[in-house]
Every structure is written in structure tokens, then in C-alpha cells.
Design a protein around this ligand. Structure first.
Ligand code: 13P
Length: 337
């Protein structure tokens, strides 16, 4: 087994998932503004170190994705943030893209940037303790989107990123996110997501990326947020599995979904159904940002020094997601805190 494959399996096995705590300062500021907490370096650190020292870290969270600011910070107990995360047996990940910018040649679509100088930045992150990385390509969805230009430009960038990350000895998370925004049907989401994922694997293979040493982080197949289509978790799971079975090579060890604006319960229920119906060899787990942190953030914002209370909320969510990653979750567990 290659070293990269071992790392990927360590992060994803036994119902463990990923805590995506890599919001850029701009995004974290939006999140903190929404609960009326000042977004300064200390508050961002306080919230994040509260989560990283929770008891569920050792049982549920195989990896944490950090933002550049956080990987360089020290927790109040004197440990560096990577040391704190490692102390629970969890691995450190780092977002290495520099954000999505308007794609020249398209009116509104975006291309994710960050390839220039990436090799040097990766070596720094490795020295800081990172074992895996993340790069997110983002795709609008409508009648005309994603365009062929957006699909091929983002796949190209994701593949070049992945090749550099493996060269630096880390596991790349490949995140092609077809957004939930819009009134498209789940069927449209399936068709467009398939096109996006197919192109990513075409480029990954062209760039000689070892598929056993990556983690795919896709969206689930869902109707658009503004669509009137009502669809059950069972149907979401069937469509999502259809997409991944057709489009993801079987050598990929695991798939860790993003939550993408689903509520905490939706993201948990849908992941649970995916695992109940999973007839593939892929590990299917979570790499959630909002669906792991939302309730904890809301609670914390009322009293930022209530560490234990905040951790209880986070621990509950992490446990629910880890049950879902094994197809063992039920709504009844939500009330047994
Ligand atoms: P959400 O789960 O909030 O979509 O965040 C996951 C992520 O890492 C987006 O890049």
C-alpha cells in the first residue's frame, strides 16, 4: 500500500470524516458577522481551538482542513494547532487554493487560482505538519452552465494541483463543487455533475496522478435550492450513487461529501442513506464545513467562553455524521443528547 493511500484511509476509515474548518478570513468573517461576533484573529482561533479540543475529535474526525492563518497559530495550552489536532490522532489538512476568480472568456463563471508558486507553498505546509490538502473548483449550474470552458479550465487546475501535492508527499482532496443555487432539477444536477467529474478524472489521469492517493470531495445530487422539486433522502442517495458509480474510477479509496448549504439534518440523513445503499468499494463519508459547525457556532456566539457547552454541541453533530458515514444514523438519535 502506498504511503498516500495509507494517509487517505487513515482519514476516512471506520466512519471517520473530515472537519472543513478552512474558511478564508473573508468567509469566516461572514460566518461570525451572522452571529454578531467580531471577526478578529483571537476569536477565529478561540472558536476553532474549541472544536479541535473536543472529545469527538479522536473518534469521529480523521482530518481537519485548516486555512493558512490557523495552521500557523498556537492554542491557549501552548501547543501549535497542528500539534493539538495530531494529539487526538487526527491529521492536518490545508486549503492551498487562493480562491475563485471570474473566468476570462465567461460572463459569470469562476476559475480557482493558486498554481503559481504552489510547489514552494506546499513544501512549507508539509513542514508545518500538513498531510493532506484541499482545492475547490466551483461551478454554476443553469441551462448554459457549467460551460465547457469552466469544466475544462477547472479540471485542468485541479489536476495540476493534485500532481504537485502528491509530489510533495501529501494527499490532495479534489473538490469539484456544482453549486446548489438555482432552480434546476436533481436530474440536471446529475447530468452536469457527471460531466464535471468525468473531465476531472480525464485530466487527473493525463497528469499521472495516483488515484489511490486522492480523496474526492463532490456535491451530492440534489435539486436546486429554488427548485420546487421535492425529493427524498432515498432518491438523493440513488442519484448520487449512480453518478459516482459511473464516473469515479474504482481505484479512488474514498469520497467525502461537502454539505454545500444543506441543513445539518439534511446532510446527515442524505449521507446515511448513501451508506445504507452503498454497493461500491468506495468509503463514503463527510467533509463538512457548515453542517458540522453551524449549531456549535450559534451556541458559542452567545457566550464565547462557554467551551464545554460548545463542545457538547459539536460532539453531538460529529457523532451523528459518523453514524451516517456507517449507515447507522436515525432521526431518533438527534434528541438523545
Ligand atoms: P460546506 O460543507 O459548508 O459546503 O463546506 C465544505 C467545504 O470545504 C467547501 O469548500
Amino acid at each position: 500500500m502506498s504511503e498516500l493511500n495509507k494517509i487517505a484511509l487513515q482519514i476516512l476509515s471506520n466512519g471517520k470524516g473530515i472537519l472543513a474548518a478552512d474558511e478564508s478570513t473573508a468567509t469566516m468573517t461572514k460566518r461570525l458577522d451572522s452571529v454578531k461576533v467580531i471577526s478578529d484573529e483571537n476569536n477565529r482561533l478561540l472558536f476553532r481551538q474549541t472544536l479541535f479540543s473536543s472529545s469527538s475529535m479522536s473518534k469521529c474526525i480523521g482530518g481537519v482542513i485548516l486555512y493558512d492563518e490557523t495552521i500557523r497559530q498556537k492554542a491557549s495550552n501552548g501547543k501549535t494547532i497542528p500539534e493539538l489536532i495530531n494529539s487526538s490522532g487526527s491529521l492536518v489538512g490545508i486549503k492551498v487554493d487562493t480562491g475563485a476568480k471570474i473566468l476570462a472568456g465567461s460572463e459569470e463563471e469562476k476559475i480557482t487560482e493558486g498554481l503559481d508558486g504552489l510547489r514552494d507553498r506546499l513544501n512549507d505546509y508539509y513542514k508545518l505538519g500538513a498531510k493532506f490538502t484541499k482545492w475547490r473548483g466551483v461551478y454554476l449550474i443553469s441551462d448554459k452552465y457549467p460551460s465547457k470552458l469552466s469544466i475544462s479550465s477547472n479540471a485542468h487546475a485541479l489536476a495540476r494541483y493534485a500532481a504537485l501535492v502528491q509530489e510533495a508527499g501529501m494527499v490532495p482532496i479534489i473538490e469539484p463543487e456544482v453549486l446548489m443555487d438555482g432552480n434546476h432539477s436533481a436530474k440536471d444536477c446529475l447530468i452536469k455533475t457527471s460531466e464535471v467529474i468525468n473531465k476531472c478524472f480525464e485530466e487527473l489521469e493525463l497528469n499521472n496522478v495516483d488515484l489511490k492517493g486522492i480523496i474526492l470531495k463532490p456535491n451530492m445530487i440534489l435539486p436546486g435550492k429554488n427548485s420546487s422539486e421535492k425529493i427524498s433522502s432515498e432518491e438523493i442517495a440513488e442519484l448520487t450513487l449512480e453518478c459516482l458509480k459511473n464516473d469515479v474510477p474504482s481505484s479512488v479509496p474514498g469520497i467525502a461529501f461537502l454539505s454545500g448549504g444543506q441543513t445539518e439534518i439534511e446532510a446527515t440523513a442524505n449521507l446515511n442513506q448513501i451508506n445504507i445503499k452503498n454497493d461500491t468499494n468506495f468509503i463514503m463519508t463527510y467533509s463538512y464545513g457548515r453542517a458540522l459547525q453551524q449549531s456549535a457556532l450559534k451556541f458559542w456566539s452567545k457566550d464565547i467562553n462557554n467551551i464545554t457547552g460548545t463542545q457538547e454541541i459539536f460532539d453531538h453533530r460529529a457523532k451523528m455524521c459518523t453514524l451516517a458515514a456507517q449507515g447507522k444514523w436515525s432521526e431518533n438519535f438527534e434528541n438523545q443528547k
